[in-house]
Design a protein around this ligand. Sequence first.
Ligand code: C2G
Length: 130
Amino acid sequence: MKRVITFGTFDIFHVGHINILERAKALGDYLIVGVSSDELNFSKKGRKPVYSEADRLKIISSLKCVDEVFVEHSLELKGEYIKDHQAHLLVMGDDWAGQFDQFNQICDVTYLERTPSISTTEIIEVVRQP
Ligand code: C2G
């Protein structure tokens, strides 16, 4: 059984998120998702996610294509997460292209094309407009 792992904040869940999760699952048999903690998102993006960690975990774990979820507390622990979950393949969107190549030593690494024209940041901007 091929185990696939991916990571993300998945805040204000949208079609780009489901597209990458479905494509990641199609590359194997079992999909494990590391959902960034509120603290990790704050350190990456300088703002708290709109949806809480608990709500984001609930949304991701309810998806048909997702088999297992856990909280990603630190980018530095990625290698440990991959080993602990015995993943054969790491999948990320191509906004992270090249950044996780070092994990090639412990699993395959693939970057998938992002879905164009949608992002959490753009949704926040649109909703904010008067
Ligand atoms: N994504 C996508 N298309 C979009 C938007 C996002 O394919 N239009 C993908 C991203 O490339 C990423 C995943 O959806 O692989 C989750 O996106 P984010 O929640 O923005 O993830 P991020 O905060 O970048 O966290 O350890 C890595 C991080 O946890 C990734």
